[in-house]
Design a binder for this molecule. Structure first.
Ligand SMILES: NC(=O)c1ccc[n+]([C@@H]2O[C@H](COP(=O)([O-])OP(=O)(O)OC[C@H]3O[C@@H](n4cnc5c(N)ncnc54)[C@H](O)[C@@H]3O)[C@@H](O)[C@H]2O)c1
Length: 351
C-alpha cells in the first residue's frame, strides 16, 4: 500500500517537495493538499493531479487517512500545522526553521512524543554528499581537533520578498532563514555538540533593497502591505560545550562584492572548506592545499529528493531520520539566544 501524503502550504518549496514524492513512484501517493490561499491550493492540485483540495489543514487531516503530512507554510504556521497533523496521528516533515522560537519548537516536539509519531525537519543540507564526506574527515581524524568553524551565507541582494520581511510571519530575517541552514549543518558535521552561549548582532541598514534586481529564492506570496521589519544582516559567535566556537555571518542584503556561501572547519591537523572541498594543511615543511577528488557539491533538488526519501524511509522504519525534532529545538534555542544577544548587546547563555 502506498504511503498517503498531504501537503500543507502550496507555495514555492512545496513544488520542490513534490518532485521528491514523484521520484518515489508508487511508494507514495500525494492524496491531498491545502493552502489558506485556496486559489494557490487549487492550482497546485491541478498541476500535480492531487484529488482532494482544501483551504485549511484541519479539514484535510480529518477527511483523509494520511500517513505523512508535509508542512511547507510560512514560518508562523509551522507550529500550528505540525501539531494539528501530529494530533491527528500523522507523521510530519516540517520545513526549516522548525518554528518561530524555541517555545513553539518544544510544543511541537512534545506533540510528536505524545502521539508517538515522527517529526522530521527540512534541514536539507544534512542530506548532501558534502556533509557525509566532511563528517568522515572529522571522524577519521584527518582534521584533528576541530576547534573553530566559520559559516557564511552572505547575499548581496537576496531578500526573497513576500512574508520573509514580515517578522510576524517569518520570525526574523537572514538569521532564521539562511543562518538556520548553516548553523545546523556545521553543528551536525561537528557531531552535534551542545551550544552553551552566544554573542550576536543584527542590523537593518539596507532593508528590502528593491531598487536593484534580486537574486536567489523568491516567495510566491504577495502581501497586501509589504514590510521589511527584520534584520538584513546577522553575525554571531556560538560556543559549544566541547570548547569549539562557530562564527556565523548571514545576510539578505549587504554591500559586499561577491556573495559567499561556505562552511570552513579549522582543526589542529587540517582545515577544510566545504564549498571548495579542499583541505588546508602542511606536508613536510610545506603548506599545502589539497583539492579532494570528485564532485560532492550540495545539489538542491537532488538532495531535496533525498530528504523526501529519508522521510518515507523513516516513517516505514527502513532508515533513521537524519533531521530529528530535538535538533530543531536546539537550533531554535541558538537563534533565540542570538536575537536576544543582538537586542541586549550582551552574551546569552543557553540551558
Ligand atoms: N529547505 C530550503 O532550502 C527552503 C527553501 C525555501 C523555503 N523554505 C521554507 O519553506 C517554507 C515556505 O517557503 P516558500 O518560499 O515556499 O513560501 P511561499 O510564500 O512561496 O509559500 C508559502 C505558502 O504557505 C501558505 N500558508 C501560510 N499559512 C498557511 C496555513 N496555516 N495553512 C496552509 N497554508 C498556509 C501561504 O498561503 C503560501 O501559499 C518556509 O518555512 C521557508 O523557510 C525552505
Amino acid at each position: 500500500m502506498a504511503l498517503k501524503v498531504g501537503i500543507i502550504g502550496n507555495g514555492g518549496i512545496a513544488n520542490s517537495h513534490m518532485h521528491g514524492y514523484i521520484e518515489l513512484g508508487d511508494r507514495v501517493e500525494v492524496v491531498a493538499c491545502c493552502d489558506i490561499n485556496f486559489e494557490k491550493a487549487k492550482e497546485f492540485a491541478a498541476r500535480y493531479g492531487i484529488k482532494n483540495v482544501y483551504d485549511n489543514c484541519y479539514d484535510m487531516l480529518r477527511e483523509n487517512q494520511l500517513d505523512m503530512a508535509d508542512v511547507c507554510t510560512w514560518n508562523a504556521a509551522h507550529c500550528e500545522c505540525s501539531i494539528a497533523a501530529l494530533e491527528a496521528g500523522v507523521n510530519v516533515l516540517c520545513e526549516k526553521p522548525m518554528a518561530m522560537n524555541a517555545e513553539e519548537a518544544l510544543q511541537m516536539k512534545a506533540a510528536a512524543d505524545k502521539a508517538g509519531k515522527l517529526l522530521m525537519l527540512g534541514f536539507v543540507r544534512r542530506q548532501g554528499d558534502d556533509a557525509a564526506h566532511a563528517i568522515r574527515l572529522i571522524e577519521d581524524g584527518t582534521l584533528g581537533d576541530v576547534y573553530f568553524a566559520k559559516a557564511t551565507y552572505l547575499r548581496r541582494c537576496g531578500f526573497p520578498g513576500g512574508w520573509f520581511g514580515d517578522k510576524a510571519l517569518s520570525g526574523g530575517g537572514p538569521l532564521i532563514d539562511l543562518g538556520v541552514h548553516v548553523i545546523d549543518l556545521t553543528r551536525y558535521i561537528m557531531g552535534c555538540p551542545k551550544p552553551v552561549s552566544v554573542y550576536g548582532a543584527a542590523f537593518n541598514k539596507i532593508g528590502a533593497r528593491e531598487n536593484v534586481p534580486r537574486s536567489g529564492w523568491a516567495s510566491e506570496t504577495v502581501l497586501d502591505k509589504p514590510v521589511f521589519n527584520v534584520e538584513d544582516l546577522a553575525v554571531a559567535m556560538i560556543r559549544f560545550d566541547n570548547g569549539a566556537v562557530l562564527e556565523v555571518e548571514c545576510s539578505f542584503n549587504l554591500n559586499l562584492k561577491n556573495e559567499k556561501g561556505d562552511i570552513e572547519f579549522f582543526g589542529s591537523k587540517a582545515g577544510f572548506s566545504l564549498g571548495e572541498f579542499e583541505l588546508h594543511t602542511e606536508i613536510g615543511h610545506e603548506l599545502a592545499d589539497i583539492k579532494l577528488y570528485g564532485d560532492h557539491r550540495f545539489d538542491f533538488q537532488r538532495d531535496m529528493d533525498k530528504e523526501i526519501k529519508n522521510f518515507a524511509d523513516a516513517v516505514e522504519g527502513k532508515a533513521p531520520c537524519l533531521a530529528p525534532a530535538e535538533d530543531g529545538v536546539t537550533l531554535m534555542k541558538i537563534l533565540d539566544a542570538i536575537y536576544l544577544s543582538a537586542a541586549t548587546g550582551k552574551s546569552v547563555d543557553i540551558d
